[in-house]
Each structure stands twice: as C-alpha cells, then as structure tokens.
Design a protein around this ligand. Structure first.
Ligand code: G3H
Ligand code: 13P
Ligand code: ZN
Length: 316
C-alpha cells in the first residue's frame, strides 16, 4: 500500500525513523521489499533523478508497482529524492509518487523559499507530501558537488522561518553528514546540538537526515579483498540513528550502503567464479544480502515490527 511520507511520519515521530532507501533496478526493489517484510517495517522508496534516467523513468515505476503486488503487506511511500522544480512537477503529475523532495538548498534563502513554496502548492493540491532542504550537505549529489568547507549546517531560526513560509511537510537539515562513502576524516561528528535547537523551535515537525549510510568497514574490507580500491571511507555510526529519531528525525536516507552490498557480492562472486558470465546467480545472492542488510537497518532505526501498529493507526 502506497501512503504519503506525512502519514508515515505521523506514526514515527519521536519514536523511530523510517528508512528511506534509493533504488535503481529490479534486484534492489526485490531486496528492499523482502527486507522490509522480513523485519515488518514501513519504508520509503527513493528515486533520484539519476535513477529515473538510468533505464527509463517508467521502468522503475512499473517495477515498484509490481513489487507492491508481490508484497501486498508492504506499507511504503514513493518519494523523489533531490528533485529540481521541473522534476518535482513531473512526479507530482505522474500520479504515482506520494512524496517529492524539492532541493533548492544551493539557492539563496529567499529563492529556496519561493521555489519550495511553489512545489508545496502544486503537491498539496494533489495530496502529495513535500520534503524541502535548508543548509548544505558536503559530498556529491547528482550534478551538484559541494566542496568540503562549503557545506553549511542548518540555521535553526531560519529553519523555523522556512517551514512557516513554505508549508513543507518535512525538512532535510544539514547536521554534519554528507553523501557518499567518505563522510568524515578522523572522528565522525553529528551536530545533535543543532538538531536539538531545530526541534525546540519546530516541536513535532518531521526532520530528515540525508547522507546516513554507515559505510560498514567489514563490507569495504571484503570489497578491497576482492579487487576493489576504496580507501579512507567512513560513515555515520549506526548507534546515532535512534538518538536522532528521538530528536525529531523521522526519515533516514541510505543509498551508499546498498551500493557497497552490491559491489561486495558481485566482486566476490566473479572472483570466485572466474569462468561464469551469467549474472543471475550473483543477482540472486545480492537480493538476499540486500534484504538482510535492509532488515538490519530497520532494526537499528526502530522501524522494525511497526507495520501492524501503523496499519491499525491508518485504519486499514
Ligand atoms: O543523494 C544522492 C543519492 O545517493 C542518489 O544518488 O543521484 O547517484 O542516484 P544518485
Ligand atoms: P548516503 O550517501 O549516505 O547513502 O546518503 C543517501 C542520501 O542522502 C540520499 O538522498
Ligand atoms: Zn540526499
């Protein structure tokens, strides 16, 4: 069942965070649905602009529709990740997305407000939720690369003003994370002080944490042992997920970790089976491994075993 992110956040707020996982293909979709059913967790499927372009934007929609039929128990939102204004409108008009993210965080505050407000008005007219972003994460995000030192933590007073002016349903805040596998040098550091100030000024308002992959070091070691060359990687401590949820974070974005699972499975498979050229055996292993990974993340986010209660609260 497809629901809006606003519906998911109402149930989660202050108790747990909903995992928001990016998908690009059928194997990821299968692993994601399996893992969420195994762990009895609601979830958010994120589609980036890059994912829409990877094959054909209609392909992913069809895959998700089919997965919803294969796993009728699943409760999830279909969300556009890091949309620009035009892509938000396309997704709002598609009749398939239940949530969009307008990311105008690289614009001035006033421009960000104006763009986000236009998207909110169009989306709300169709009952679709909107996530907006204020502050700037470091790292690479589609065509935009934020250099280290230019990343900007969210200003709590501005966050309050921004939400009042735009009417958005949730806000992505920059609190020290970044996209990709190289988030911190030395020690990892999330700015819970900033999060607490935002929560105090916006009580009950759903916050979003991007760049939340944990970049498991055992995964990276296995990739490197199978021919990879990933050096200096570091992710978010998974023990920070629940403390973030208690401080108003209702959505935790995880993409990079899924890519690491894919890379480890495929590197190891073809290293161990050098004569093989059928991609399906490796694909099957990936689906199971990804499902396991997703279920483990849902436990850490506190979203595991929330499905029955959520269904009841939705009156379904
Ligand atoms: O924030 C970026 C997400 O990890 C999506 O990545 O744009 O390469 O699909 P992508
Ligand atoms: P990671 O790169 O940490 O997985 O972050 C993903 C993300 O924020 C997608 O919007
Ligand atoms: Zn992101």
């Amino acid at each position: 069942m497809i629901v809006t992110t606003a519906q998911l956040f109402k149930h989660a707020y202050g108790k747990y965070a909903v995992g928001a996982y990016n998908i690009n293909n059928a194997e990821q979709a299968m692993g994601l649905f399996k893992g969420c059913i195994q762990s009895q967790a609601p979830f958010i499927i994120q589609i980036s602009k890059g994912a829409r372009k990877y094959t054909d934007k209609r392909m992913l929609e069809a895959i998700i529709r089919s997965a919803g039929e294969i796993f009728p128990e699943a409760i999830f939102a279909v969300h556009l990740d890091h949309g620009d204004e035009q892509t938000c409108y396309e997704c709002i008009d598609s009749g398939f997305f239940s949530s969009v993210m307008i990311d105008a965080s690289h614009e001035s505050f006033d421009q960000n407000v104006a763009i986000s407000k236009r998207v909110v008005d169009r989306a709300h007219a169709k009952g679709i939720s909107v996530e907006a972003e204020l502050g700037m994460l470091g790292g690479v995000e589609e065509d935009i690369k934020v250099e280290e030192g230019h990343a900007m933590l969210t200003n709590p007073e501005e966050a309050k003003d921004f939400v009042a002016k735009t009417g958005c349903d949730s806000l992505a805040c920059a609190i020290g994370t970044s996209h990709g596998a190289f988030k911190f040098k030395g020690k990892q550091s999330l700015h819970f002080d900033v999060l607490e100030k935002i929560k105090a000024l916006l009580p009950g308002f759903p916050l979003v944490m991007h760049g939340s992959s944990s970049v498991p070091q055992d995964e990276v070691a296995r990739i490197n042992a199978a021919g990879g060359k990933i050096a200096g990687s570091m992710g978010v401590d998974v023990n920070e997920y629940l403390p973030a949820a208690k401080r108003g974070v209702t959505k935790v974005n995880i993409d990079t970790d899924g890519r690491l699972v894919w890379t480890r499975v495929h590197r190891e498979y073809f290293r161990d089976n050098p004569g093989d050229f059928d991609f399906r055996p490796a694909g099957k292993i990936f689906i199971e491994e990804y499902a396991k990974f997703i279920a483990s993340r849902n436990v850490l986010l506190g979203s595991a075993n929330q499905l029955a209660d959520l269904r009841k609260s939705l009156g379904k």
